[in-house]
Design a protein around this ligand. Structure first.
Ligand code: GSH
Length: 203
């Protein structure tokens, strides 16, 4: 059996899709969470000086997106056709574009509040509407997942929405299809079980 060790900070962020893939696939792994104050001791041992890092039988893998696709491919969550894989990537890239607009770097609290409102009310609102439109067009309004069967894009949506809903509870009010999708993903038994036991962190 493959031995997996996942190294990341004690947050969901860039490691959560990987954790969700393991949860859905029912695969055992060590979820190693490094506290920020201990990070300087570990940084030099990580191939790119960053995390997430997934150790697979002692070999360290880097880049969360690449790790996610590697695992999704292995555990049947990448999409069954080339077109499904393409569309899964489209949704993931949309979320990635959106995450780049989050005002991480702002240190002034007042300014950050203002930028956060702009992020939620403009960037997120527009991205959600575009995503809802694509979802409806692509799955012909069927009540299922983003691209056919449950896959990596759904897990990426779930983890992004977990964050967005935590900062603005009604953020999905204008996108009922995506709101229903989010609910459906969170109700999958393996996901529900992981959510109920995972460490509670802000993001
Ligand atoms: N593109 C990389 C980005 C990794 C990254 O930025 N990791 C951050 C945490 S989210 C990190 O390790 N920061 C600590 C540092 O760079 O010292 C990925 O997705 O894996």
């Amino acid at each position: 059996m493959v031995q997996y060790k996942l190294y990341y900070f004690n947050i969901r962020a860039r490691a959560e899709v990987i954790r969700l893939i393991f949860a859905v696939a029912g695969v055992e792994y060590e979820d190693i969470r490094i506290e920020s104050e201990d990070w300087p001791k570990h940084k030099a041992n990580m191939p790119l000086g960053q995390m997430p890092v997934l150790e697979v039988d002692g070999k360290k893998m880097v880049q969360s997106g690449a790790i996610g696709r590697y695992l999704a491919n292995k555990y049947g969550l990448l999409g069954s056709t080339d077109m499904d894989k393409y569309w899964a990537d489209v949704y993931i890239e949309m979320l990635e574009d959106l995450s780049k607009k989050y005002p991480f770097a702002e240190t002034d609290e007042e300014k950050k509040k203002e930028l956060m409102q702009q992020f939620l009310n403009v960037s997120v609102a527009e991205a959600l509407l575009k995503m809802e439109k694509l979802y409806v067009e692509n799955n012909n309004g069927k009540e299922c997942f983003l691209v056919g069967e449950l896959g990596i894009a759904d897990l990426a949506v779930m983890t992004s929405f977990d964050f967005l809903v935590s900062v603005k509870e009604d953020i999905l009010a204008g996108v009922p299809k995506l709101a229903a999708l989010y609910k459906r993903i969170r109700e999958i038994p393996n996901i529900k079980a992981w959510v109920s036991k995972r460490p509670q962190t802000q993001f």
